[in-house]
Design a protein around this ligand. Structure first.
Ligand code: IMP
Ligand code: MG
Length: 183
C-alpha cells in the first residue's frame, strides 16, 4: 500500500494528537448540556469517518450515544453531482438531542450541506460539524464547522478511513495517493 502513496501529509502521531485536541474541545462545548441532563449523539458518516469517529469518541470525556449514517452521491465520480441519497439512516431518533456530525473530508461540501438540511428537519437540540479534513478547493459550499482537523491540498487523499475504490482505509496515516494509481 505504501508504494502507492506520493506523500504522507499527517502521520499517526500527528493525527492522534489532533484528534485528542478535537475531543477535548467538544467535551468543553457540551459539558454544560450534559450537566443539564441533555443527550449527545456522535454521528458517523459512513464509511470514511468510521476510524476518525471511533478515535474521537474515546477522547470525549462525556456520556454520549453513537449512531451511523451512510449517504452516497451519484453522477460523475470525479465531481459530486449534488444528488445525494441516504443509503443507511440513523437507528435512533435525534429530536431534542445534541448531534455532532463527524465527517472524514469536506470537499465540495455538498454532502454536509445535504446532511445538515436533512438532520435539521428532525429537530435536534443542536447540530455541529467536525471534519477530519478540509480540502482546499475553489467553490466549496460554505459549511460552518466547529472544528477542522487538518487542511489538505486538492489531490486524492487516502488513509485513516479514507479510501480509493475501498482500498487504503487502514493506512494509519493520511496521505496523497499517487495520481498514476487512479488515472
Ligand atoms: P463532498 O460532498 O464533495 O464534500 O464530498 C465529500 C465526500 O467525498 C467525503 O465524505 C468523502 O467520502 C469523499 N471524498 C472527497 N474527497 C476525497 C478524497 O480526496 N479522498 C477520499 N474520499 C474523498
Ligand atoms: Mg465521507
Amino acid at each position: 500500500m505504501n508504494k502507492d502513496i506520493k506523500e504522507i501529509l499527517y502521520d499517526e502521531k500527528q493525527v492522534e494528537a489532533r484528534v485528542k485536541e478535537m475531543g477535548a474541545r467538544l467535551a468543553e462545548l457540551y459539558r454544560p448540556a450534559v450537566e443539564r441532563g441533555e443527550c449527545i449523539v456522535l454521528l458517523c458518516v459512513l464509511r470514511g469517518a468510521a476510524i476518525f469517529m471511533a478515535d474521537l469518541a474515546r477522547t470525549i470525556d462525556l456520556p454520549l450515544e453513537m449512531d451511523y449514517m451512510a449517504v452516497s452521491s451519484y453522477g460523475n465520480a470525479a465531481t459530486s453531482s449534488g444528488v445525494i441519497s441516504i443509503k443507511k439512516d440513523l437507528s435512533s431518533d435525534i429530536a431534542g438531542k445534541h448531534v455532532i456530525i463527524a465527517e472524514d473530508i469536506l470537499d465540495s461540501g455538498l454532502t454536509l450541506q445535504f446532511l445538515l438540511e436533512n438532520l435539521q428537519e428532525r429537530n435536534p437540540a443542536s447540530l455541529t460539524v467536525v471534519t477530519l479534513l478540509r480540502k482546499e478547493v475553489a467553490g466549496q459550499a460554505d459549511i460552518d464547522c466547529f472544528d477542522i482537523g487538518f487542511t489538505c491540498p486538492d489531490e486524492f487523499i487516502v488513509g485513516y478511513g479514507l479510501d480509493y475504490a475501498e482500498n487504503y482505509r487502514n493506512l494509519p496515516y493520511i496521505g496523497i495517493l499517487k495520481p498514476e494509481v487512479y488515472s
